[in-house]
Write a protein that binds this ligand. Structure first.
Ligand SMILES: [Fe+2]
Length: 201
């Protein structure tokens, strides 16, 4: 498998980083934890869901928060329209309504173990917000070896059908992500290239 089948950077996609972090800081809080889908390896969870999940705690937490579940309506954010235009070739994201349904924050404290996202999506579109300095890695189950790693310094599409994760993450890793893709990353990459939206093919 080629690295280009695992990741595709989209450095030209612009987004308002600070506004997104502001929304996350408002709703990724104990007050709104009923809206969040959280997982952890802490046996005390969920009673203790919001204690400090730092590296020192020895526990990890992974939390998803969908825009569609927020009490405030953000569907007129330019970002929603921009994503729908970028992925106009994908039936799963071709309207602003579909994008809004699929958009979520992924808030990780500590290690993100290797996993696959099946059956939820064939690939992801991720936008880094906080603490994404450690590279995302892909792992071969067949050979028990590292297949690839990619810096997460800007928006990128990532293959989520192959084992992937960020075992080296220690502190907080917050990014925006898009659920629901059914197309293959390679097909979409080729189409975006043919449309002149990206340079990688
Ligand atoms: Fe994943």
């Amino acid at each position: 498998m080629l690295p280009s089948d695992l990741t595709c950077a989209l450095p030209d996609f612009k987004y308002d980083h600070d506004s997104l972090v502001q929304i996350a800081d408002t709703y990724l809080t104990p007050e709104y934890q009923d809206l969040q889908i959280c997982y952890t390896d802490d046996e005390a969870f969920p009673d203790n869901a919001y204690r400090e999940y730092t590296h020192d705690s020895g526990y990890c937490r992974w939390c998803m928060l969908f825009f569609k579940d927020l009490p405030e309506d953000f569907s007129d954010l330019p970002l929603i329209q921009d994503i729908a235009e970028l992925f106009s070739c994908c039936d799963s994201q071709s309207t602003t309504e579909k994008v809004y349904e699929n958009l979520f924050f992924f808030d990780i404290w500590g290690e993100l173990p290797f996993h696959k996202d099946n059956p939820y999506r064939s690939f992801g579109f991720n936008i880094p917000l906080v603490g994404c300095s450690e590279p995302t890695q892909w792992w071969s189950e067949e050979s028990n070896t590292l297949l690839h790693e990619a810096d997460f310094s800007g928006p990128m599409m990532i293959n989520t059908e192959v084992m992937h994760g960020c075992p080296a993450n220690t502190g907080r890793r917050l990014f925006l992500s898009l659920d629901g893709f059914t197309e293959s990353l390679s097909d979409v990459r080729h189409t975006l290239n043919a449309q002149g939206k990206i340079k990688q093919d």
